[in-house]
Design a protein around this ligand. Sequence first.
Ligand code: ATP
Length: 454
Amino acid sequence: MTQVENKPAAYDTPFVPIEKIVALCKRRGFVYPNSEIYGGVSGIYDFGPLGVELRNNIRRYWWWSMVQMNDNVVGIEGAIITHPKVWEASGHVENFVDRLVDCKNCKRRFRIDQLPEENIIQNKCPVCGGELTEPRRFNLLMETYLGVVEGERMKTYLRGEACQNIYLDFDNVVKSTRMQIPFGICQIGKAFRNEVTPGNFLFRQREFEQWDLQFFVHPSEMQQWFDYWKEKRFEWYEGIINHKDRLHFREHGPDELAHYAKKAFDIEYQTILGWQEWEGIHWRGDWDLSRHSEYSGQDLSYTDQNTRERYIPWIVETSGGVDRTFLNLLLDAYEEEPDPTGKEPRTVLRLHPMLAPVKVAVLPLQKNKEELVTTARDIHKTLQRLMVSQYDDVSNIGRRYRRQDEIGTPYCVTVDFQTLDDGTVTVRERDRMTQVRININELPMYLLERVTWQ
Ligand code: ATP
């Protein structure tokens, strides 16, 4: 990853209220409530012009780290709809349930696994103290129907987790590529869940995007690869956040393991919501390929080319979310910095430069000086071929810097009168607000070294 020499180390800043992020996202075009003009749909969001850039950068960086940089990993993109039997084999039809209770008084709804123990014992609402209903079971899979003729339509599901496609395509990948165990298959894609308690903005949605690595190994090498990917994924998250002390592992207790998992660790990040899962590292063993072999009648075992041993591979899974990454990065990066002159605080998003939606803003010092404007537009035209660049000449330079700080733009290039004399511009860095003068010809390389991963 590119090292940015002037990036401050860690910040000892308070936890950011989610409402501040929601407001910023709406105001600056990161995230909008879905179907807002009809009153919205709980747990579903749209992404605006800056949001889509940030998401693309997050996805691309994950793909680069996991697929492009590993010779023993390939990628696929599977469909959202699959044969319904997939979800019987995967155990989701039977086991993908949440148990919930309602408060008879305030009508709030809670997942039992998220209630404090004393509230379960006393059967009391944690918010108003009211009596809770008997627990009910809800399946999280979203149903849909294929076909047009009533009575002949086939009920199936929008995928409840993206990774199933990887097991379904495992044999095709083995036969169509030269991958040999140990190797992995990655995918990024949408997943759908009828979450009982959607909320906390992007944290728990009904439509969201997951990334998965399924790494196939010989059972004798399971422990070593599990440890390897567990560490790798932790380092990956550490590399993109400022508050490194807010990241840790939490091992699942025996009573909370998913139906397929023999062992699991969550990489958790601490925000105003407390410590919450960001990504799961799961020891799936041979559960998935065995179940799909059984339900489909197709043998999904693997033959070792050298030893001729035939076996069902075991799987290490690393499974995280684009949306949760999006939200956690904003919570990690948001800061209101007091202004020593007593004016409004400076809001700044200290996003890693390689993930920031806009990499550079090009600003003529004055709008009414034609030479400044023409030079700035030329610089913008050159830069936008290489990275996301914005040209801005509206209002005074201080305000323009602030606008860029608020969306996390790491560099602002200012064209001033000295530029017309000696061909240099000022490059102002977002975090430290330092300014250096650079020759226009050197600008593309100077910025590329700082905003791209390599
Ligand atoms: P949780 O315990 O929070 O319900 P989970 O254990 O069901 O999550 P997984 O099925 O392991 O989650 O999904 C892998 C990743 O997908 C999670 O680590 C998270 O980043 C993301 N994810 C899961 N559910 C949601 C959701 N409803 N909205 C947004 N992201 C989600």
